[in-house]
Design a protein. Structure first.
Length: 263
């Protein structure tokens, strides 16, 4: 079970599924994910989504999941209570891919035979059994067996001279509204969205890579807009390099655990 249908969680679920594992994604009913074409997120709203040849489908009855998993045709997404899902499905592995960078994740050891935390604030051996580094750099995708992951630090990876300035964060909590779509070209200063009466403008000229779904409530400081400055060759869909490397780290962690578990 992978917690989170964002671009990171989706990449992990996709990699495990294509490696032959039975995979379930757990998500909240109204996810704020911005990179929706690089994720399975929209299946929560639209019922079904395809990401690089793999389908994910919203399943409203947990009792249907075992049969779906046995066919290995798609990845079921559940939005029911997490404890209920864990109790019914009893997954061998639980991966927390929610990427909640600014909040302390709850301790999850014992919720499955193996628990893996992705990103800052996890402590392997305490909050989860293992953890995976998710920040850009030489340690991206590294499996951590007995210590904390690196703290959140530094700037996002630069693209054509733009880093943090590619993003827009919610200035306050409220309902996010937009009439634009991912993939559209925007000009710096153009109106992209609203939260209540607050207008959110395109921070730079480029192509919308990330855009929270219209009508979704967001909290203050939630990342809601991302612009890719590469107008001629933007990456707005598919699995990105960083999510792919993190997913490989998760697969490596599971393989190591299985070898030890087998003995």
């Amino acid at each position: 079970m992978v917690r989170g249908a964002n671009d990171i969680g989706s990449a992990v679920a996709h990699r495990l599924f294509t490696s032959g594992y039975a995979v379930v994604i757990h998500e909240i009913p109204q996810p704020t994910t911005a990179r929706r074409r690089m994720a399975f997120t929209d299946a929560v709203f639209d019922g079904r989504v395809r990401l690089e040849g793999i389908d994910a489908k919203l399943v409203t009855k947990i009792s249907l999941v075992p049969q779906i998993l046995s066919t290995h045709l798609l990845i079921p997404i559940l939005v029911q209570d997490l404890q209920e899902c864990l109790k019914y499905l009893r997954p061998d592995v639980l991966v927390d891919g929610r990427m909640r960078k600014h909040s302390q994740p709850e301790a999850q050891r014992g919720l499955a035979e193996l628990t893996i935390g992705l990103g800052p604030n996890f402590i392997a051996g305490e909050t989860t059994d293992l953890a995976i580094e998710t920040g850009w750099g030489e340690s991206l995708g590294q499996v951590i067996e007995q210590s904390a992951t690196h703290p959140l630090e530094g700037e996002p990876r630069e693209i054509e001279g733009h880093a943090r300035d590619r993003y827009v964060y919610a200035p306050l909590g409220g309902v996010f509204h937009t009439s634009l779509d991912i993939g559209e070209v925007v000009q710096q200063g153009q109106t992209v969205a609203f939260i209540e009466s607050n207008i959110l403008f395109a921070p730079i000229t480029g192509v919308l890579r990330g855009l929270t779904r219209d009508g979704i409530p967001v909290s203050q400081n939630t990342k809601v807009i991302e612009v890719d400055p590469r107008v001629q060759s933007p990456q707005v869909s598919g699995i990105g390099e960083r999510p792919a490397r993190i997913a490989e780290g998760v697969l490596t962690a599971i393989h190591r655990w299985e070898k030890g578990y087998a003995h």
